[in-house]
Write a protein that binds this ligand. Sequence first.
Ligand code: MG
Length: 366
Amino acid sequence: MGKCDVIILAAGASTRAKADKMLYKLLEGTVIERTVQAFLPLPFVSRIIIATNTDNQEQIAKLFKDYDNSSIEVVLGSNSRHLSVKSALQKAQAPYVLIHDGARPFVNAELIRRVYEATCKSGSAIPALPLTDSIRKVDNASITDGIDREKYMLVQTPQGFDTAKIKQAFVQAEHTSYTDESLLYLEQIGLPKVVAGCEDNYKITTWQDLLSARVKVGIGWDLHNLKEGIPLVICGIRVPYNKGLEAHSNGDVAIHAIIDALLSASGLPDIGCFFPDSSPAYKGVDSMELLAIAYNKVKALNKKINNLSVLIIADEPKLNPYGEQMKKRLCLALGIKAEQLAIHFKTSEGHAPAGCVQSWAICAMF
Ligand code: MG
């Protein structure tokens, strides 16, 4: 399969969002950076061409100055989507091209790959979702007709095309402007292929969309018994004590709770599905290694941590003195800032099962 270039449209006027939504900060980077980062690591992506407007061109070019310059190019688009795509297409050289709205920063690798593979196979691919609400025709504040929603779908981006064919479509449509490329392709070339879209890949349109940039919360819990003669490791830190936590792995109870919270917030199955305690591969394993594997699965879905709260409940030993060390270790492992992580310690005042350590973790991701 040939490679593809990606055109990202960042030239819209953002009138409904009342601010340049491309430059809006989503905790870690701007909307446009988040969008570009979804495509950047994919092996089949050759170049990323960002079409900007005169107002944000300089700022967007500055944002990507430190990225791998050979794979990102910022070009001046137009306030018409049709003309922006047309001018960006002149830079596209790979056999296929994916055209994506810069305001859909939550697109994930799975969807991009689905569109790309279908484009290689069929020459075009448009992601679409079924309609869930009913649609009615309205005239003068009265419903005048109904629409059979089974026959309609909501189209998303990235929309994939054979580069030569979509270029040809633009030449043929010299005097017409289209609202998206699926319609252009339909009228100028043929029937575009439809593939399954993704609910998370919504388009930021209003100021409310920006403010509520979809946070999902996940929870994790774990408990292990203390046993004499084994090392005690919590949050990746060795705590000096005469007992450690008994488990198939190294028993890092807090890391196990954190892994489940990350997986849960990302809609993935729990820790036991990925690292079964029946598998000899995980016998005595450092749980930080399991965290790295699980976190990579989460990052592959283009999910980022908003904040993580960890609670560790132990009547023995005193863990408070190791809190700062634990926090540093976790921030480093997860690539998050100190203000995104809280670790609290409690005792059960003798109410928990004797000689155990429990941990809860709650993680918000977006
Ligand atoms: Mg466990």
